[in-house]
Design a protein around this ligand. Structure first.
Ligand SMILES: [Zn+2]
Length: 502
């Protein structure tokens, strides 16, 4: 029986882990955001009219000579440094020979045994546990064009009437980041894979060298996975699930492949070394092509390009301008804000980190910033089905509303109405407060009249307070607040009641 025939059979994930240990390797492609391509001056704008960003070099026409994009080398070095890699003193490009219709040269200019960055590591956190992911290499290469298969239901070549090729993407600089074998507790493997890709998005996004958008393909992940029986050290045969395009899908792909491999191995069959397609709709994978090993690509050094030899001074200059690593920054913010581990995890998990940072920068305390974003704003974003950051209110406005509370102009309860007004497009917090008449009354004249009315309406309560039962004041404060539609300074009301009934 071939793998394809039993693709439908799966061993449940938890059951598979009672007999097998998953071993992963992740390959992530990052498209750089350079203005021009890797080896020519063509533009790299996403979504441009097909085949309008091409030239003889990226179309592989005879006699065209490529030149390396210096900015792409700089970005590659920065990515290498962010991943704690060593940076090569000297390295070359290599030709990776294979035929593919969206690759006009019939070879891809890549790097083989001389990557620009190698031997690094990075840490990811899952459920409060830190896992070190070792990086084997980060190398430079170029992207292929895009094939569009027309007709047929799946958008894949199978069943299509014809195919069109767009070479705009051919030659856009890519960095491929390859991990070493990742061995983590089997039940954590799917979450660690997801966390690693999310971590790369933050880390590399923070460098400003790529848009790192999975939905636009500027960050793509291939998931290599194999199983080995528990207690066995040798690695099993792996499958390579290509171009998994969301964090959730990365997690699902690992989970699915564990169940599929287990079923194949349980039946006494062999895993075929192959690439597989991931299907977003079903969370499953299906067979792609049988994968050749590296030697089949007949790699050889690219004769048309000079070697790349970044000077140590340049590397150190770049190292000196590296932003703080996300995990270091998170630890620093946690300490600055006086948060505990759980507070911080809540903020990060809600996708509110940058919003809280900006709210604090605008003058609010971290505690109040966290409170508003994780309660009132989180509820509203849930109701609207959008991200927190997409809400029609800025961190500066949240900070401003908190400053009004601190100054006693409004209270927490009224702040909710101010949020409503700002989100409904009624204007700035100040304008909403004025237009809706939300300011707290602290003027003694108006408050005193309301207190007199409350005393008159509640003679028994007033007598108790006169008799020394100050705790009874709560009922009168409640009556005044009701009278003033909640817009009274409760502390001042209490003082007035006690003065009048002393
Ligand atoms: Zn070009």
């Amino acid at each position: 029986m071939t793998t394809a025939q039993i693709d439908g059979q799966l061993v449940p994930f938890d059951e598979a882990l009672t007999r097998y240990e998953p071993v992963m390797g992740l390959e992530v492609h990052i498209e750089l955001n350079t203005a021009s391509k890797m080896f020519c001056g063509c533009a790299t704008v996403f979504g441009a009219e097909p085949n309008t960003q091409t030239c003889p070099i990226c179309l592989g026409l005879p006699g065209a000579l490529p030149v390396v994009n210096e900015k792409a080398i700089e970005s590659a070095i920065r990515i290498g440094l962010a991943l704690n890699c060593e940076i090569a003193q000297w390295c070359r490009f290599a030709r990776k020979n294979y035929f593919y219709p969206d690759q006009p040269k019939n070879f891809q200019t890549s790097q083989y045994d001389e990557p620009i960055a190698f031997e690094g590591w990075t840490d990811v956190t899952v459920d409060g546990e830190t896992y070190r992911i070792e990086i084997e290499r980060a190398h430079m290469e170029e992207d292929t064009g895009k094939s569009l298969h027309v007709g047929g239901s799946t958008g894949r070549i199978h069943g299509a009437d014809y195919s069109l090729v767009d070479y705009n993407r051919a030659g856009i600089p890519l960095i491929e980041i390859v991990t070493k074998v990742i061995e983590v507790p089997g039940d954590k493997a799917p979450a660690v894979a997801r966390a690693y890709v999310a971590h790369l998005r933050d880390l590399i996004g923070g460098l400003g060298v790529s848009d790192v958008r999975m939905d636009q393909g500027s960050l793509r992940c291939d998931v290599n996975l194999s199983l080995r029986p528990i207690g066995v050290k040798t690695l099993g045969t792996r499958s390579e699930t290509k171009n998994v395009n969301s964090f959730r899908s990365v997690e699902q792909a690992v989970r699915f492949e564990v169940g599929r491999h287990a079923a194949v191995l349980d039946a006494g069959n062999k895993i075929v070394q192959e690439t597989r397609h991931f299907h977003e709709d079903t969370g499953t994978t299906s067979s792609g092509r049988e994968k050749s090993d590296a030697e089949d690509y007949r790699y050889f050094p690219e004769p048309d390009l000079a070697p790349v030899a970044p000077s140590r001074e340049w590397v150190e200059e770049l190292r000196a301008t590296m932003p703080e690593q996300p995990s270091v920054r998170r630890d620093r913010l946690q300490a600055d804000w006086g948060f505990n581990e759980l507070d911080m995890r809540d903020v990060v998990g809600a996708g509110a980190l940058e919003l809280v940072v900006a709210t604090v920068e605008a003058g609010a305390s971290a505690t109040s910033a966290k409170k508003w974003w994780l309660t009132e704003m989180a509820r509203r974003s849930n109701e609207q089905g959008i991200e927190l950051a997409a809400l029609a209110i800025t961190p500066a406005q949240v900070a401003e509303i908190q400053s009004f509370i601190d100054a006693g102009r409004i209270n927490d309860k009224i702040a909710r109405q101010v949020f409503d007004g700002v989100l409904a497009g009624e204007g700035t917090p100040e304008e909403v407060i004025v237009a809706r008449g939300l300011e707290l009354v602290s003027d003694d004249g108006a408050l005193g009249e309301a207190v007199d009315r409350a005393i008159e309406a509640n003679p028994d309560t007033a007598d108790k307070i006169r008799g020394g039962k100050q705790a009874a004041a709560g009922a009168l404060i409640g009556a005044v607040m009701k009278d003033m539609r909640g817009q009274a300074d409760a502390g001042r009301v209490r003082e007035l009641i006690l003065e009048k009934l002393a």
